[in-house]
Design a protein around this ligand. Structure first.
Ligand SMILES: Nc1ncnc2c1ncn2[C@@H]1O[C@H](COP(=O)(O)OP(=O)(O)OP(=O)(O)O)[C@@H](O)[C@H]1O
Ligand SMILES: [Mg+2]
Length: 350
Protein backbone atom coordinates (compact mmCIF):
# COMPACT_ATOMS: atom_id res chain seq x y z
CA UNK A 1 0.00 0.00 0.00
CA UNK A 2 1.29 3.48 -0.84
CA UNK A 3 1.66 5.59 2.25
CA UNK A 4 2.25 9.31 2.31
CA UNK A 5 2.58 11.92 4.94
CA UNK A 6 4.99 13.33 7.41
CA UNK A 7 5.99 12.24 10.87
CA UNK A 8 3.52 9.85 12.44
CA UNK A 9 0.77 10.92 10.05
CA UNK A 10 1.24 8.32 7.36
CA UNK A 11 -1.99 7.70 5.51
CA UNK A 12 -3.10 6.07 2.33
CA UNK A 13 -4.70 7.59 -0.73
CA UNK A 14 -8.20 6.37 0.11
CA UNK A 15 -8.11 7.75 3.63
CA UNK A 16 -6.82 11.03 2.31
CA UNK A 17 -9.53 11.22 -0.35
CA UNK A 18 -12.30 10.28 2.07
CA UNK A 19 -11.27 12.76 4.75
CA UNK A 20 -10.68 15.65 2.34
CA UNK A 21 -13.97 15.01 0.52
CA UNK A 22 -15.82 14.87 3.81
CA UNK A 23 -14.36 18.20 4.82
CA UNK A 24 -14.84 20.10 1.58
CA UNK A 25 -18.44 18.87 1.37
CA UNK A 26 -19.15 19.42 5.08
CA UNK A 27 -20.90 22.77 4.62
CA UNK A 28 -22.25 25.05 1.89
CA UNK A 29 -20.19 27.89 3.33
CA UNK A 30 -17.20 27.49 1.06
CA UNK A 31 -14.86 29.47 3.34
CA UNK A 32 -15.54 27.20 6.29
CA UNK A 33 -15.25 24.15 4.05
CA UNK A 34 -11.86 25.31 2.80
CA UNK A 35 -10.63 25.94 6.34
CA UNK A 36 -11.64 22.43 7.38
CA UNK A 37 -9.84 21.05 4.33
CA UNK A 38 -6.76 23.09 5.13
CA UNK A 39 -6.61 21.68 8.66
CA UNK A 40 -6.38 18.18 7.28
CA UNK A 41 -4.35 18.89 4.16
CA UNK A 42 -1.50 20.29 6.22
CA UNK A 43 -1.09 16.91 7.92
CA UNK A 44 -0.40 15.35 4.52
CA UNK A 45 1.81 17.93 2.80
CA UNK A 46 3.42 21.31 3.33
CA UNK A 47 0.81 24.08 3.07
CA UNK A 48 1.35 27.74 3.84
CA UNK A 49 -1.37 29.13 1.58
CA UNK A 50 -4.51 27.41 0.34
CA UNK A 51 -6.40 29.40 -2.23
CA UNK A 52 -9.62 28.65 -4.09
CA UNK A 53 -10.71 30.66 -7.10
CA UNK A 54 -13.43 30.51 -9.67
CA UNK A 55 -12.54 30.47 -13.31
CA UNK A 56 -14.80 31.49 -16.16
CA UNK A 57 -13.43 30.14 -19.46
CA UNK A 58 -15.52 32.54 -21.55
CA UNK A 59 -14.09 35.69 -20.06
CA UNK A 60 -10.82 33.95 -19.08
CA UNK A 61 -11.17 35.50 -15.65
CA UNK A 62 -10.53 34.06 -12.24
CA UNK A 63 -12.27 35.35 -9.14
CA UNK A 64 -11.01 34.56 -5.67
CA UNK A 65 -13.46 32.72 -3.46
CA UNK A 66 -11.42 32.01 -0.34
CA UNK A 67 -7.83 32.23 0.73
CA UNK A 68 -6.14 30.88 3.84
CA UNK A 69 -2.70 32.10 4.81
CA UNK A 70 -0.84 30.42 7.59
CA UNK A 71 -4.08 29.16 9.10
CA UNK A 72 -5.89 32.51 8.89
CA UNK A 73 -8.78 33.27 6.57
CA UNK A 74 -8.04 36.31 4.42
CA UNK A 75 -10.60 39.14 4.59
CA UNK A 76 -13.11 38.97 1.79
CA UNK A 77 -12.49 42.61 0.88
CA UNK A 78 -8.81 41.85 0.28
CA UNK A 79 -9.64 39.09 -2.19
CA UNK A 80 -11.23 41.42 -4.68
CA UNK A 81 -8.26 43.83 -4.82
CA UNK A 82 -7.09 43.96 -8.42
CA UNK A 83 -3.63 42.60 -9.28
CA UNK A 84 -0.99 44.80 -10.88
CA UNK A 85 -1.41 44.70 -14.67
CA UNK A 86 1.88 43.02 -15.48
CA UNK A 87 1.02 40.04 -13.34
CA UNK A 88 -2.59 39.61 -14.33
CA UNK A 89 -1.90 39.63 -18.07
CA UNK A 90 0.68 36.85 -17.83
CA UNK A 91 -1.54 34.89 -15.50
CA UNK A 92 -4.36 34.97 -18.01
CA UNK A 93 -2.13 33.16 -20.46
CA UNK A 94 -1.46 30.61 -17.77
CA UNK A 95 -5.11 30.08 -16.78
CA UNK A 96 -6.00 29.57 -20.44
CA UNK A 97 -3.24 27.08 -21.24
CA UNK A 98 -2.55 25.27 -17.96
CA UNK A 99 -2.50 21.50 -17.61
CA UNK A 100 -4.37 19.64 -14.90
CA UNK A 101 -1.59 20.06 -12.34
CA UNK A 102 1.35 22.42 -12.48
CA UNK A 103 4.12 22.45 -9.90
CA UNK A 104 6.51 25.39 -9.53
CA UNK A 105 9.16 24.21 -7.12
CA UNK A 106 11.50 27.14 -7.71
CA UNK A 107 11.56 30.38 -9.68
CA UNK A 108 12.48 30.15 -13.36
CA UNK A 109 13.08 32.77 -16.04
CA UNK A 110 10.04 31.91 -18.22
CA UNK A 111 7.25 34.45 -18.14
CA UNK A 112 4.56 32.26 -16.60
CA UNK A 113 6.69 30.99 -13.72
CA UNK A 114 7.77 34.54 -13.21
CA UNK A 115 4.20 35.79 -13.03
CA UNK A 116 3.13 32.99 -10.69
CA UNK A 117 5.97 33.84 -8.29
CA UNK A 118 5.25 37.53 -8.50
CA UNK A 119 1.61 36.80 -7.71
CA UNK A 120 2.58 34.70 -4.67
CA UNK A 121 5.02 37.36 -3.45
CA UNK A 122 2.48 40.08 -4.01
CA UNK A 123 -0.09 38.20 -1.97
CA UNK A 124 2.40 37.32 0.74
CA UNK A 125 4.14 40.69 0.93
CA UNK A 126 2.88 41.41 4.42
CA UNK A 127 4.50 38.23 5.74
CA UNK A 128 7.93 39.57 4.79
CA UNK A 129 9.67 36.37 3.86
CA UNK A 130 13.38 36.42 4.52
CA UNK A 131 13.83 35.30 0.94
CA UNK A 132 10.71 36.13 -0.98
CA UNK A 133 11.53 33.64 -3.75
CA UNK A 134 11.66 30.80 -1.29
CA UNK A 135 8.33 29.29 -2.21
CA UNK A 136 6.92 26.19 -3.86
CA UNK A 137 3.61 26.49 -5.66
CA UNK A 138 1.18 23.82 -6.81
CA UNK A 139 -1.78 24.68 -9.04
CA UNK A 140 -4.73 22.37 -9.71
CA UNK A 141 -7.14 23.07 -12.55
CA UNK A 142 -10.67 22.35 -11.29
CA UNK A 143 -13.02 20.77 -13.78
CA UNK A 144 -16.53 19.39 -13.62
CA UNK A 145 -17.96 17.36 -16.52
CA UNK A 146 -15.24 18.65 -18.78
CA UNK A 147 -15.91 22.28 -17.96
CA UNK A 148 -13.39 24.48 -16.17
CA UNK A 149 -14.80 25.81 -12.94
CA UNK A 150 -11.88 27.03 -10.89
CA UNK A 151 -8.31 26.85 -9.65
CA UNK A 152 -6.89 25.50 -6.41
CA UNK A 153 -3.50 26.87 -5.41
CA UNK A 154 -1.27 25.51 -2.66
CA UNK A 155 1.81 27.44 -1.63
CA UNK A 156 4.50 26.03 0.67
CA UNK A 157 7.44 27.79 2.26
CA UNK A 158 10.81 26.72 0.93
CA UNK A 159 12.06 25.47 -2.43
CA UNK A 160 11.35 22.04 -3.93
CA UNK A 161 8.70 21.20 -1.39
CA UNK A 162 6.23 19.43 -3.68
CA UNK A 163 6.97 15.87 -4.73
CA UNK A 164 5.19 13.75 -7.30
CA UNK A 165 3.37 12.04 -4.45
CA UNK A 166 1.95 15.37 -3.39
CA UNK A 167 0.71 16.24 -6.86
CA UNK A 168 -0.82 12.78 -7.22
CA UNK A 169 -2.67 13.29 -3.96
CA UNK A 170 -3.88 16.76 -4.90
CA UNK A 171 -5.03 15.50 -8.31
CA UNK A 172 -7.65 13.24 -6.72
CA UNK A 173 -9.22 16.29 -5.06
CA UNK A 174 -10.30 17.71 -8.39
CA UNK A 175 -13.84 16.37 -8.39
CA UNK A 176 -14.82 17.03 -4.76
CA UNK A 177 -13.39 20.55 -4.86
CA UNK A 178 -15.06 21.34 -8.19
CA UNK A 179 -18.36 19.99 -6.93
CA UNK A 180 -18.16 21.90 -3.66
CA UNK A 181 -17.26 25.08 -5.51
CA UNK A 182 -20.19 24.72 -7.93
CA UNK A 183 -22.64 23.90 -5.16
CA UNK A 184 -21.50 26.80 -3.04
CA UNK A 185 -21.88 29.14 -5.98
CA UNK A 186 -25.35 27.98 -6.81
CA UNK A 187 -26.33 28.17 -3.17
CA UNK A 188 -25.03 31.74 -3.00
CA UNK A 189 -26.99 32.63 -6.11
CA UNK A 190 -30.19 31.09 -4.73
CA UNK A 191 -29.76 32.90 -1.41
CA UNK A 192 -29.23 36.14 -3.27
CA UNK A 193 -32.34 35.63 -5.39
CA UNK A 194 -34.35 34.60 -2.35
CA UNK A 195 -33.37 37.78 -0.50
CA UNK A 196 -34.26 39.80 -3.56
CA UNK A 197 -37.66 38.14 -3.85
CA UNK A 198 -38.40 38.65 -0.17
CA UNK A 199 -37.43 42.28 -0.54
CA UNK A 200 -39.64 42.75 -3.62
CA UNK A 201 -42.45 40.99 -1.82
CA UNK A 202 -42.22 43.34 1.16
CA UNK A 203 -42.12 46.31 -1.15
CA UNK A 204 -45.13 45.19 -3.21
CA UNK A 205 -47.12 44.41 -0.07
CA UNK A 206 -46.49 47.89 1.20
CA UNK A 207 -47.51 49.35 -2.17
CA UNK A 208 -50.69 47.27 -2.19
CA UNK A 209 -51.56 48.29 1.33
CA UNK A 210 -50.91 51.91 0.54
CA UNK A 211 -53.24 51.68 -2.45
CA UNK A 212 -56.09 49.64 -1.01
CA UNK A 213 -55.78 50.82 2.56
CA UNK A 214 -56.51 54.39 1.67
CA UNK A 215 -59.81 53.54 0.23
CA UNK A 216 -62.23 53.34 3.08
CA UNK A 217 -65.74 53.57 1.87
CA UNK A 218 -67.68 56.04 3.91
CA UNK A 219 -64.61 57.79 5.32
CA UNK A 220 -66.23 61.14 4.56
CA UNK A 221 -69.72 60.04 5.44
CA UNK A 222 -70.85 57.49 8.00
CA UNK A 223 -67.34 56.70 9.17
CA UNK A 224 -66.29 60.30 9.68
CA UNK A 225 -66.27 59.98 13.46
CA UNK A 226 -64.40 56.65 13.24
CA UNK A 227 -61.76 58.19 10.97
CA UNK A 228 -61.28 61.03 13.44
CA UNK A 229 -60.65 58.45 16.17
CA UNK A 230 -58.26 56.60 13.86
CA UNK A 231 -56.19 59.73 13.36
CA UNK A 232 -56.17 60.33 17.07
CA UNK A 233 -55.06 56.89 18.20
CA UNK A 234 -52.59 56.40 15.33
CA UNK A 235 -50.30 58.98 16.91
CA UNK A 236 -50.32 57.25 20.28
CA UNK A 237 -48.32 54.28 21.42
CA UNK A 238 -51.17 52.73 23.36
CA UNK A 239 -53.04 49.57 22.41
CA UNK A 240 -56.34 50.08 20.61
CA UNK A 241 -59.40 47.87 21.05
CA UNK A 242 -61.66 47.62 18.00
CA UNK A 243 -65.20 46.38 18.61
CA UNK A 244 -67.90 45.80 16.04
CA UNK A 245 -70.28 43.41 14.37
CA UNK A 246 -68.89 40.97 11.90
CA UNK A 247 -68.02 42.48 8.53
CA UNK A 248 -68.04 46.05 9.75
CA UNK A 249 -64.41 46.62 8.83
CA UNK A 250 -62.39 46.09 12.02
CA UNK A 251 -59.51 44.69 10.01
CA UNK A 252 -59.70 47.54 7.54
CA UNK A 253 -59.52 50.04 10.37
CA UNK A 254 -56.63 48.17 12.00
CA UNK A 255 -54.69 48.44 8.73
CA UNK A 256 -55.46 52.11 8.50
CA UNK A 257 -54.31 52.78 12.05
CA UNK A 258 -50.96 51.12 11.32
CA UNK A 259 -50.57 52.94 8.01
CA UNK A 260 -51.34 56.32 9.55
CA UNK A 261 -48.95 55.82 12.44
CA UNK A 262 -45.24 56.55 12.69
CA UNK A 263 -44.76 52.77 12.62
CA UNK A 264 -46.01 52.43 9.05
CA UNK A 265 -42.59 51.40 7.71
CA UNK A 266 -42.25 48.73 10.38
CA UNK A 267 -43.85 45.29 10.22
CA UNK A 268 -47.60 44.83 10.56
CA UNK A 269 -48.13 41.40 12.04
CA UNK A 270 -51.60 39.88 12.04
CA UNK A 271 -52.52 37.09 14.40
CA UNK A 272 -55.76 35.23 14.09
CA UNK A 273 -56.07 34.34 17.75
CA UNK A 274 -58.98 31.99 17.19
CA UNK A 275 -56.93 29.82 14.85
CA UNK A 276 -54.08 28.98 17.26
CA UNK A 277 -54.49 25.73 19.20
CA UNK A 278 -54.70 26.47 22.92
CA UNK A 279 -51.47 24.71 23.86
CA UNK A 280 -49.46 26.71 21.32
CA UNK A 281 -50.73 30.20 22.07
CA UNK A 282 -47.83 31.28 24.29
CA UNK A 283 -45.16 29.89 22.03
CA UNK A 284 -46.81 31.43 18.94
CA UNK A 285 -47.15 34.88 20.52
CA UNK A 286 -44.04 35.03 22.68
CA UNK A 287 -41.73 32.50 21.03
CA UNK A 288 -39.80 29.75 22.74
CA UNK A 289 -36.28 28.77 23.64
CA UNK A 290 -34.63 25.71 22.21
CA UNK A 291 -35.70 22.62 24.15
CA UNK A 292 -38.57 24.41 25.96
CA UNK A 293 -40.83 21.47 25.09
CA UNK A 294 -40.79 18.35 22.91
CA UNK A 295 -40.43 19.50 19.33
CA UNK A 296 -38.85 22.85 20.20
CA UNK A 297 -35.74 22.01 18.20
CA UNK A 298 -34.54 25.56 17.88
CA UNK A 299 -35.22 28.96 19.36
CA UNK A 300 -38.19 30.64 17.75
CA UNK A 301 -39.26 34.26 17.80
CA UNK A 302 -42.91 34.86 18.56
CA UNK A 303 -45.30 37.21 16.75
CA UNK A 304 -44.61 39.98 19.24
CA UNK A 305 -40.89 39.90 18.54
CA UNK A 306 -41.54 39.82 14.80
CA UNK A 307 -43.65 42.95 15.13
CA UNK A 308 -40.77 44.84 16.77
CA UNK A 309 -40.84 48.46 15.67
CA UNK A 310 -44.26 47.99 14.05
CA UNK A 311 -47.76 46.92 15.05
CA UNK A 312 -49.39 43.67 16.01
CA UNK A 313 -53.05 43.05 15.17
CA UNK A 314 -54.60 40.49 17.49
CA UNK A 315 -57.69 39.57 15.52
CA UNK A 316 -60.57 37.76 17.22
CA UNK A 317 -58.93 38.34 20.57
CA UNK A 318 -62.20 37.39 22.26
CA UNK A 319 -61.71 33.81 21.08
CA UNK A 320 -58.61 33.41 23.30
CA UNK A 321 -59.10 31.48 26.54
CA UNK A 322 -59.53 33.85 29.48
CA UNK A 323 -56.22 32.88 31.08
CA UNK A 324 -54.38 33.69 27.88
CA UNK A 325 -56.17 37.03 27.68
CA UNK A 326 -54.93 37.83 31.18
CA UNK A 327 -51.32 37.02 30.23
CA UNK A 328 -51.70 39.13 27.12
CA UNK A 329 -53.01 42.03 29.14
CA UNK A 330 -49.90 41.95 31.28
CA UNK A 331 -47.70 41.99 28.17
CA UNK A 332 -49.58 44.94 26.71
CA UNK A 333 -49.21 46.76 30.01
CA UNK A 334 -45.53 46.08 30.73
CA UNK A 335 -44.32 45.87 27.13
CA UNK A 336 -42.22 42.88 28.10
CA UNK A 337 -42.44 39.28 27.03
CA UNK A 338 -40.81 36.06 28.12
CA UNK A 339 -40.15 33.27 25.66
CA UNK A 340 -41.54 29.89 26.69
CA UNK A 341 -38.75 28.11 28.52
CA UNK A 342 -36.77 31.34 28.77
CA UNK A 343 -35.67 33.12 31.92
CA UNK A 344 -35.11 36.68 30.78
CA UNK A 345 -37.74 39.28 29.95
CA UNK A 346 -37.46 40.88 26.55
CA UNK A 347 -38.55 44.47 26.12
CA UNK A 348 -40.69 45.00 23.06
CA UNK A 349 -41.57 48.11 21.11
CA UNK A 350 -44.84 47.17 19.45
N1 LIG B 1 -65.53 51.00 5.27
C1 LIG B 1 -65.10 50.05 4.46
N2 LIG B 1 -64.47 50.39 3.31
C2 LIG B 1 -64.03 49.45 2.45
N3 LIG B 1 -64.15 48.11 2.65
C3 LIG B 1 -64.76 47.71 3.76
C4 LIG B 1 -65.24 48.64 4.74
N4 LIG B 1 -65.80 47.94 5.75
C5 LIG B 1 -65.67 46.65 5.43
N5 LIG B 1 -65.04 46.48 4.24
C6 LIG B 1 -64.75 45.22 3.56
O1 LIG B 1 -65.62 44.23 4.09
C7 LIG B 1 -64.95 43.03 4.38
C8 LIG B 1 -65.01 42.70 5.85
O2 LIG B 1 -64.28 43.63 6.59
P1 LIG B 1 -63.32 43.21 7.80
O3 LIG B 1 -62.67 41.93 7.51
O4 LIG B 1 -62.47 44.35 8.14
O5 LIG B 1 -64.45 43.01 8.89
P2 LIG B 1 -64.29 42.58 10.41
O6 LIG B 1 -64.89 43.64 11.21
O7 LIG B 1 -62.87 42.20 10.70
O8 LIG B 1 -65.22 41.31 10.42
P3 LIG B 1 -65.10 39.97 11.28
O9 LIG B 1 -65.51 40.33 12.67
O10 LIG B 1 -66.06 39.08 10.59
O11 LIG B 1 -63.67 39.53 11.19
C9 LIG B 1 -63.54 43.19 3.90
O12 LIG B 1 -63.42 42.68 2.58
C10 LIG B 1 -63.35 44.71 3.89
O13 LIG B 1 -62.42 45.07 2.88
MG1 LIG C 1 -61.97 40.51 11.19
Amino acid sequence: MRRYGRGGNAMNRDEFFREMTKRICSTLDIRTALMRSYDFLKTAMPVFVLDLSLYDPESNKETKVANIRNGTMTDEAKLSEPLPDGISNELRNFWASMGEITVFNHPAPDRITNAVYRLAEYRLAEYRHAKSNDLSILVLRLELEGKRVGVLIIVAEGLDRFTEKHSNLVAILNEPFSMALSNALQYQEISRLKDMLADDNRFLHRELRARSGNEIIGADMGLKQVMRSVRQVAQLNSPVLLLGETGTGKEVIANTIHDSSSRKDGPFIKVNCGAIPEGLIDSELFGHEKGAFTGAVSRKRGRFERAEGGSIFLDEIGDLPLLAQTRLLRVLQNKEIERVGGTESICIDV
